[in-house]
Design a protein around this ligand. Sequence first.
Ligand SMILES: Cc1cc2nc3c(=O)[nH]c(=O)nc-3n(C[C@H](O)[C@H](O)[C@H](O)COP(=O)(O)O)c2cc1C
Length: 328
Amino acid sequence: MRLILAPMEGVIDATMRAILTELGGIDRCVTEFVRVNQLLLPPRVFRRLCPELDSAGRTPSGVPVYVQLLGGHPAPMADNAARCAELGAPGIDLNFGCPAKTVNKSDGGAILLREPERVGAIVAAVRRAVPSAIPVTAKIRLGFEDRSQFLDNVLAIAAAGADELAIHARTRRDGYQPPAWWDEIARAVAEVSLPIVANGEIWSPEDARRCQLASHCQDLMLGRGALCRPDLPRLVQADRDGAPAQPLAWREIAVILQYFFQRKRAECEPRHCAGPVKQWLGYLRHHYPEAAQLFAAIKRLTDPVAVSAALDAHLALLDRGQDQPAAA
Ligand SMILES: Cc1cc2nc3c(=O)[nH]c(=O)nc-3n(C[C@H](O)[C@H](O)[C@H](O)COP(=O)(O)O)c2cc1C
């Protein structure tokens, strides 16, 4: 089984990838998307979204990061993919799943699933443009409005020479509404020899097992589950191996959060640097009750000094053995 960290625009950036891969269990990451229109983009655009390009396309713990491209035209997608390859990307991932209206209106993401031939043409053009040693992967949903063209898209992507396909087991119309229809993925597995990765609604090692059974996929992609519970990838891997695994305690997560905040202070303007911490706490509070308390303590703070002090105070309270820290 391989575990892939799902691409998440505006959430899983290089800092988050570094932190999550350091915790273990993740075999590969994908960047946020590079929007491709007609132009060949300058190298700095790719380096900004994928600073790992300067380290052989790997996170500090050595996990490869594929560059994600989003666009509806084969030729510019191919040119930009070739540029990524020249810059050292270990793989190229093509986004055919984005549900955002603004993206879909300008010919990108899930709307392309209404045109399997065009999806195939994009994959084929990119595959031709990139050296064969560099994998080209794609990510789709079950469809746009409905599932009627699901297998047509899968077949087009396989025929176009993709190296792997991740399937988020919902249509664009389903949005993020549970459930994810894992058994639909099994229909694709039965049709093509292309390796398929199952994605959607995996929140626990038990979900991972159930998803594997229903989808007939060995390989899984984890998105929100890995943000809510950063030890999820390694717990899933340990569960597969029948090995004992110790979940991370909240204190360890709180220390990681403090480090995350310091990184964001270095990366963002002062008034923006608390945002990513609040965003991550928004995910973490689904799994850790303490995260909700910390979120309440910092949600109105924007001054980095105040946020830093609140994080320190939270840790100090944990260290004094009070597992119910009061809101600052
Ligand atoms: C905030 C957010 C941003 C996302 N950005 C992308 C993206 O850039 N490309 C993509 O293919 N999917 C994107 N997705 C979809 C995820 O990769 C994944 O398919 C989806 O969240 C279902 O998996 P999960 O239930 O494990 O989260 C995004 C999802 C979320 C919630």
